[in-house]
Design a protein around this ligand. Structure first.
Ligand code: MTE
Ligand code: LUZ
Ligand code: MOS
Length: 762
């Protein structure tokens, strides 16, 4: 199975928002943003900007006809700042002009004065100052207070993970076109068309039915357009509404990097208690999430950190507390894994630290505590059809762990300035939105009189291949060729009340809704065929390879003939159906329930080499046994796993977001923000499929794949630490990701006498 989208991408013929033809009279918009991380506006002078040649208008908060509010979960974020400034890059005014260059010039002519205050950039500092987005959230199981007595060893420590820039290839963009009756059509690069529609309706004080949002595809989202595509679309819509002219708003790469939120950095405290054999008895953890200046999706992300705080381990006594801390940075947002990676890093750090004390290998502790069937997660759900141990033992066998270790030991014994390290990384990721309401989808299917099929769902194609999977669903149920199936744009007038395409569940939710819809049509068509072929009750009809089969034998009735007969006989050839994931529930006040439809498991083995003179390093290989369920498209799923793994490697190694002490983003271009390229990519990235048919709520048992493999990369951090410790065994490790080459170099020589025996003046 190919992904037909890729052919168009390679030819350059796929259309993205900026490629769509613009309507006559289209104007462009630019955004004037806060120069300070915290302050109060004392004066804002837009007169000079308005009179700049080519400029049509400048809009500020007071021009908003509806509510100046874009917060989706908590109403704490204005579209345009009116008085208080909360981060560098916060939108203040919108400049509309005939072309982008004059807008750029006019942006410099807005004069702002403000009282500056001292910003908070760090989550722990925000916590000290009681700047919390919501009250602390707690997940607990067992009896943590009495569990410590049963432990032979108790270890405490801290673990930090960094922010991450989404770096989707297509920057944030929206195009707004006025429609009759004051309505608006929006082309938006969003993962959540309904979120855009709802927000624009609130900003403009218009009924939602007046706002149509249409999405062809995204040049990547990775969570960065789950919530944060909305503001730009709302600004384009605002100017469009006020001027009654089409408006295009797109961010340059640098604007995008500066103005939009990132993966949340976390700082955490852990305490872990074990038996001398490595059995984990108790785990206590406090997560300090750096939310940025507004809630955005932070509270939902905080939830997922708690859900995944024990990764794929069974721990009988757990207390996990999570604090969402308000700081003066752009609001941080969804990013592949959605808080899961941040939670999982900390338990891995705790295990690593405990292993050093117990004189065990970290993988011995990991293996000992892996989930078994029916083990309980801290939120009460049981691990069902759990393949945690199966993926682990397959990885150990298939990738020959024992042999690898021998080889690495030998390598390290003969190389003084180059050291290798190895780590294993099991993963476990829950599938379903943790907010139950969002686990629904619907589909609309038209069969045209020539037998070709058009499909609408809520799914957004952003490179992950969901459109290909949806085509496969319809193709399989109708038994017609893929070429007969077209996936239409995602449009709020065809599919209403869409959940974001997120939580890795795009194919599951929309695929299931589509399956239901196609089955309705298939039943109707088979009834029509019965009539046409005048078959008896002992004859069973089916669709087979663009033909109707009777008792499995090909008849002379072809698919297109049947369609044309159905149309002639006034049988409806369109259908719509709705799907809601069954069996999920979560009691928020008790923090107990079954929030997930199923879990995805897997195990990776990672080998790294560190250059102990320079601190630079290579990830040599990352080999995984991944639980795909019964994959419906191997090439799409494999590429999702590979992409997620390499994106994750960037997060734990090279990608370092730096701010100045007054809150200005320093790493705001690709010369200062390093992402993995093809040279950094490991020589060997193996993704082996563990096939099973366990997940009945996954579409055709093909498990969600978008996010889970991201977390394998956490193992690379520990493999690098292990390599560094071969060179400098006595360092005190701060578990502080990303492990940039700079940090690696400092760790290699921490506490070491530098002894340059060669005379330097010669
Ligand atoms: N793959 C590509 N190529 N581009 C993306 O933007 N987003 C990821 C993942 N894979 C993304 C991607 C994220 S964050 C999610 S949640 C899923 O795709 C969403 O799509 P799905 O639900 O259809 O898997
Ligand atoms: N978005 C969301 C998500 O709103 N809820 C989730 O549980 C989730 N999980 C992963 C990614 N996005
Ligand atoms: Mo993905 S973080 O759920 O968009």
């Amino acid at each position: 199975m190919k992904n037909y989208d890729w052919i168009e991408h390679v030819k350059g013929t796929s259309k993205f928002a900026d490629d769509l033809p613009v309507v006559e009279g289209t104007l462009h918009a630019g955004v004037f943003t806060s120069p300070t991380a915290k302050g109060k506006i004392t004066s804002l002078n837009i007169a000079e900007a308005i009179s700049h040649p080519g400029i049509k208008a400048v809009f500020t908060a007071k021009d908003i006809p509806g509510k100046n509010q874009i917060g989706a979960i908590i109403a704490d974020e204005p579209l345009l700042a009116d008085e208080d400034l909360h981060y560098v890059g916060q939108p203040i005014a919108l400049i509309v002009g005939v072309e982008e260059y004059s807008i750029k010039q006019a942006l410099r002519k807005i004069k702002i004065e403000f009282e500056e205050q001292k910003p908070i950039l760090d989550a722990r500092e925000a916590f000290e100052k009681k700047e919390l987005i919501i009250p602390p959230q707690i997940f607990a199981i067992g009896d943590i207070d009495n569990a410590w007595d049963k432990c032979d060893l108790i270890i405490e420590g801290t673990a930090d993970t960094g922010a991450q820039e989404h770096l989707y290839l297509e920057t944030q963009i929206a195009y707004s076109i006025p429609k009759e009756g004051g309505g608006i059509k929006l082309i938006s690069s969003t993962q959540s068309p309904t979120a855009v529609q709802r927000c624009v309706s609130r900003i403009l004080n218009l009924d939602m039915h007046k706002i149509e949002v249409d999405v062809q595809r995204l040049g990547g989202g990775f969570g960065g357009k789950e919530d944060q595509a909305t503001a730009w679309a709302a600004m384009a819509a605002l100017a469009c509404n006020l001027l009654n002219q089409p408006i295009k708003l797109k961010l340059s790469r640098q604007e995008d990097m500066r103005y939009t939120g990132k993966r949340h950095p976390y700082s955490s405290d852990f305490k872990i208690g074990l038996k001398t054999d490595g059995t984990i008895i108790a785990y206590k953890v406090d997560f300090f999430q750096n939310a940025g200046a507004a809630a955005d999706l932070s509270t939902a992300i905080l939830d997922r950190t708690l859900f995944h705080c024990t990764n794929s381990y069974y721990i009988p006594n757990v207390k996990a507390t999570a604090y969402s801390c308000r700081t003066n940075l752009p609001p941080n947002t969804a990013f592949r894994g959605f808080g899961g990676p941040q939670g999982m890093f900390v338990i891995e750090a705790a295990i690593h630290k405990a292993a050093l004390k117990l004189n065990l290998q970290p993988f011995e502790i990991q293996a000992k505590n892996l989930l078994k069937e029916n083990d309980k997660f801290p939120y009460g759900q049981k691990a069902i059809n759990c393949v945690a141990r199966k993926t682990w033992s397959s990885a150990v066998d298939k990738f020959q762990l024992a042999k690898k270790i021998n080889y690495i030991n030998e390598y390290n014994s003969i190389n003084a300035l180059s050291k290798k390290g190895i780590a294993l990384m099991p993963i476990c990721f829950g599938i379903s939105f943790t907010n139950k309401m969002l686990n629904q989808a619907s589909a609309l299917v038209h069969i045209y009189t020539d037998g070709s099929v058009g499909i609408s769902t809520a799914a957004i194609e952003m490179g992950q291949g969901v459109n290909m999977k949806l085509r496969q669903v319809a193709s399989r149920i109708f038994s017609v060729d893929i070429s007969k199936i077209k996936i239409e744009t995602t449009n709020t007038t065809r599919i209403a009340n869409t959940s974001p395409t997120a939580a890795s569940s795009g194919a599951d939710l929309n695929g299931k809704a589509l399956e239901k819809t196609c089955l309705i049509l298939r039943e109707r068509l088979l009834k029509a065929a019965e009539e046409l072929l005048k078959t008896g009750s002992n004859e069973e009809l089916s669709l087979n390879n663009e033909n109707i089969a009777v008792n499995g034998i090909k008849s002379n009735l072809a698919w297109d003939k049947l369609i044309s007969f159905a149309y002639t006989n006034r049988i409806p050839l369109s259908a719509h159906a709705h799907y809601a994931t069954p069996g999920i529930d979560f009691d928020r006040s008790a923090a107990k329930g079954n929030p997930f439809s199923y879990h995805v498991y897997g195990t990776a083995i990672i080998e790294t080499t560190v250059d102990c003179l320079r601190g630079i390093y290579e990830i040599n290989s990352i080999e995984t046994i991944h639980d795909f369920g019964h994959s419906m498209n191997h090439i799409v799923d494999r590429s999702q796993a590979e992409g997620a793994i390499i994106q994750g490697l960037g997060w734990v190694t090279l990608e370092e977001i730096k701010h100045s002490s007054n809150g200005r983003l320093l790493s705001d271009s690709l010369s200062t923000y390093k992402v993995p390229d093809i040279h950094f990519t490991p020589d060997k990235v193996s993704v082996e499929f563990l096939e099973n048919d366990f997940a009945s709520e996954a579409i055709f048992n093909s498990k969600a794949v978008g996010e889970p493999p991201f977390m394998y990369s956490i193992g690379a951090y520990f493999a690098l630490i292990n390599a560094i410790m071969e060179f400098n065994p006595h360092i005190k490790i701060k578990y502080d990701s990303p492990l940039t080459p700079e940090k690696a170099l400092l760790m290699l020589y921490e506490g070491k006498e530098l002894n340059f025996s060669t005379p330097r003046n010669k």
